[in-house]
Design a protein. Structure first.
Length: 134
């Protein structure tokens, strides 16, 4: 995580799922979450499975922007380098293994910087996406 501000930032991490994307929602959770960076209901980022898509939501100052990667290939026990970046007035971008997978525009500035990141779940603690993070 580097230089998160109200107007720009990047979150880099490596994720190794224990189950392939196609079966990730088969364990009692319909929308498993890879991560959520959260301040409040008006300022957060969330990366999660929704049907056959990997969705990146960013709520900035109460305005929702979404970037969606349809039919992603995330195989069990394979490590993937993720990068999530945003810039106010510009793009919300999801990059995996140095390849841009989804973009949403335009991004609204955050009122405040996310203060907590939940890895493998969201703030509820129940929408778990099983895997390891580095």
């Amino acid at each position: 995580i580097s230089n998160l501000s109200t107007t720009a930032g990047t979150i880099n991490f490596t994720f190794t799922p224990r189950h392939s994307f196609s079966t990730a929602g088969s364990f009692g959770v319909t929308s498993p979450v890879i991560f959520e960076a959260y301040t409040d209901a008006n300022n957060y980022m969330k990366l999660y499975k929704s049907g056959t898509a990997l969705v990146l939501d960013m709520m900035g100052s109460g305005v929702l922007r979404t970037a969606s990667w349809s039919n992603p290939t995330l195989n069990a026990n394979t490590s993937y380098a993720f990068s999530v970046s945003y810039i106010s007035g510009g793009d919300l971008t999801l990059t995996v293994d140095s390849v841009s997978k989804a973009t949403g525009t335009p991004v609204s500035a955050l009122t405040s910087v996310p203060s907590t990141i939940y890895w493998g779940s969201d703030r509820s603690g129940i929408n778990q996406y099983e895997g390891t993070f580095r």
